[in-house]
Design a binder for this molecule. Structure first.
Ligand SMILES: O=C(COP(=O)(O)O)[C@@H](O)[C@H](O)[C@H](O)[C@H](O)COP(=O)(O)O
Ligand SMILES: [Mn+2]
Ligand SMILES: [Mn+2]
Length: 334
């Protein structure tokens, strides 16, 4: 992977965001997702690379495109592994709520953890807290550490937690410390990455989300020097999701073992979830969010707002692009 890929990946997420944005607020989450998937795959197809999807829209028999193992790109050039979420926050897009975005992480071959379609307990925090907070500690302990390293009273901290039944106890514990809780319905990738930047009003992500999204978050935070740890969740009693109504803890452990994951309680550091020498995160806003604006359609152009975080040159690039339409007569400066 080299830096020429950065521009290509920017265009990949821009195109996916535009495609999904056309379906914002229509209440059609699957169609919004499918539009982003197709646009992402099409743009990836014209990149000179031997791309491979390691985290995608599902297994080959479930997903028509961007399935796990699918080869993307021209077939010649550098080997690149991808974790993609063409429409992260499908509900948010369908309901025209803030925070949906087209995202991907890219790394050299073998550079991304092949996260199974499981849940993951996550802890994301700013660079100042890296290695000081720990997913093995309690929320109370981690909030005390955050308060210390950030120089903020607990009541000045905002902890993002997904608004799920499984987090009832966690939310109560956080509140008992005096820290503020920001429950979110969807979109823990945005919340995790927001911890990597000061001024976003987000100081920590705690709780359980999807493991594939955890790898994408880890890639971004690794490049930013932020803190990210993940630990797979396999007990239906912990995940408390209807999707696992017929699953058992023992059955899930066996599934993980079949995937070659024997230490099912392992705590993964960001550098293990995104271990490649070169790692890139790319995201483009579908609806407005903490990291960037959403897609804006104008008569003579379409505007996208994106972020590329790269270990290649240790940079975070915020890019607003004006996609000029044929015969444009009037384009506002911004
Ligand atoms: O909120 C999310 C939705 O992702 P997507 O399906 O691509 O729109 C993700 O950011 C979350 O990480 C994850 O999907 C969610 O935490 C899963 O939890 P649940 O909804 O309880 O199954
Ligand atoms: Mn997602
Ligand atoms: Mn998605």
């Amino acid at each position: 992977m080299d830096r020429t890929l950065i521009q290509e990946l920017l265009e990949v997420v821009e195109q996916a965001a535009i495609a999904s944005a056309h379906l914002t607020g229509l209440g059609k989450k699957d169609e919004a997702d499918a539009a982003a998937v197709e646009a992402m795959r099409t743009r990836m197809g014209s990149i000179a690379m031997q791309g491979r999807i390691v985290i995608g829209e599902g297994e080959r028999d479930e997903a028509p495109m961007l399935y796990i193992g699918e080869e993307v790109g021209s077939g010649t050039g550098p080997g690149v592994d991808f974790a993609v979420d063409p429409c992260e926050g499908t509900n948010l897009c369908a309901n025209a709520q803030d925070g949906s975005m087209a995202v991907l992480a890219a790394s050299d071959r073998g550079g991304l953890f092949y996260a199974p379609d499981f849940y993951m307990k996550k802890l994301a925090a700013p660079p100042a807290a890296k290695g000081k907070v720990d997913i093995r500690k309690s929320a109370t302990e981690n909030i005390a550490i955050l308060s210390e390293v950030l120089g903020l009273a607990p009541s000045e901290l905002t902890i993002v937690v997904m608004d799920r039944a499984r987090h009832k106890g966690l939310i109560a514990e956080i509140r008992a410390t005096g820290a503020r809780v920001k429950p979110i319905s969807d979109g823990d990738v945005q919340a995790a990455i927001a911890c990597g930047f000061a001024g976003t009003g987000t100081h920590c992500l705690m709780g359980i989300g999807a493991a594939p999204e955890g790898v994408i978050s880890a890639a971004a935070l690794r490049c930013l020097g932020g803190h990210f740890q993940g630990q797979l969740v396999y007990d239906p009693a912990v995940a408390q999701t209807s999707e696992w109504a017929d699953y058992t803890k023992e059955g899930n452990i066996a599934r993980l073992n079949d995937m070659g994951i024997t230490d099912v309680d392992k705590v993964y550091e960001a550098e293990e979830l995104a271990s490649g020498e070169n790692v890139v995160f790319a995201g483009s806003g579908i609806t407005p969010g903490l990291l960037f604006k959403g897609v804006v359609f104008e008569a003579d152009c379409t505007r996208t707002s994106s972020l590329i975080i790269s270990s290649l040159d240790r940079s975070a690039r915020f890019t607003d692009t004006v996609h000029i339409k044929e015969g444009a007569k009037s384009i506002a400066l911004r």
